[in-house]
Design a protein around this ligand. Structure first.
Ligand SMILES: C[S@@+](CC[C@H](N)C(=O)[O-])C[C@H]1O[C@@H](n2cnc3c(N)ncnc32)[C@H](O)[C@@H]1O
Length: 207
């Protein structure tokens, strides 16, 4: 996510028209992962965050499905959920022929019925959701025993920073989980396609 992204404009974040954004969403290096260097940087991180064995991954706020595709390429079975029908269409097209399903729905209460997952993967979405503590409790309940949350978040921009800091997210999650690891991502410029100086991180948590 780059600092000029419309989702970063303070309170505007909940009013972004993601259907409208979908056409150009993948133009950002860390969104479309079109540059092989950026793509491999995310693939390598995902290999470290996801289980080695093929697993059921729930990608919430999946957007155009870029991370879903990397997970599918690593032999995981993916369910993606996004509120934007247009994003879901693009994700379906991106993963056509793969072991993946995409649903239109709210990440805070995904329409997955009784299905449970080995991984709940969420990149750049939690910070926009009202009531993150309640949402995290719900996501924990979507995991099978031994499952994990993989949350990629940050605080973007320097003039009017927005987002969710690792300290805040750690504080929200600590009472809910047994193991928690924060990987700092700001210095890993291949992930972003450029140098960044704001806070970016991934948090892997096991209840
Ligand atoms: C910044 S994009 C991130 C997309 C994807 N996770 C990625 O990292 O490439 C935010 C996405 O979250 C979706 N979104 C926003 N609020 C949502 C909600 N309450 N439930 C489901 N999806 C939501 C948007 O439609 C958009 O696709």
């Amino acid at each position: 996510m780059t600092s000029d992204h419309p989702a970063e404009a303070g309170d505007e974040r909940r009013r972004v028209d993601w259907d409208a954004e979908s056409a150009t969403f993948d133009d950002e290096p860390d969104h479309g992962l079109r540059d092989p260097v950026v793509r491999e940087a995310w693939a390598a991180r995902l290999r470290g965050w996801l289980p080695r064995a093929p697993s059921d991954v729930l990608d919430l706020g999946c957007g155009t499905g870029s991370l879903s595709l990397l997970a599918a390429e690593q032999r995981h079975r993916v369910t993606g959920v996004d509120l934007s029908p247009r994003m879901v269409e693009l994700a379906r097209a991106k993963l056509a022929g793969r072991d993946a399903a995409f649903l239109v729905g709210d990440a805070a209460a995904p329409p997955v019925g009784e299905q449970r997952f080995d991984v709940v993967l969420v990149r750049h979405v939690l910070w926009t959701l009202p009531g993150p503590a309640r949402v995290l409790r719900h996501w924990r309940g979507l995991l099978r025993p031994g499952g994990r949350l993989v949350l990629v978040e940050g605080v973007w921009g320097t003039v009017s920073p927005v987002g969710l800091s690792a300290d805040r997210l750690t504080g929200l999650l600590a009472p809910l989980v047994r193991e928690l690891r924060v990987d700092r991502l700001s210095d890993d410029s291949p992930l972003w396609g450029r140098e960044v100086d704001d806070e970016r991180y991934a948090l892997v948590a096991v209840p």
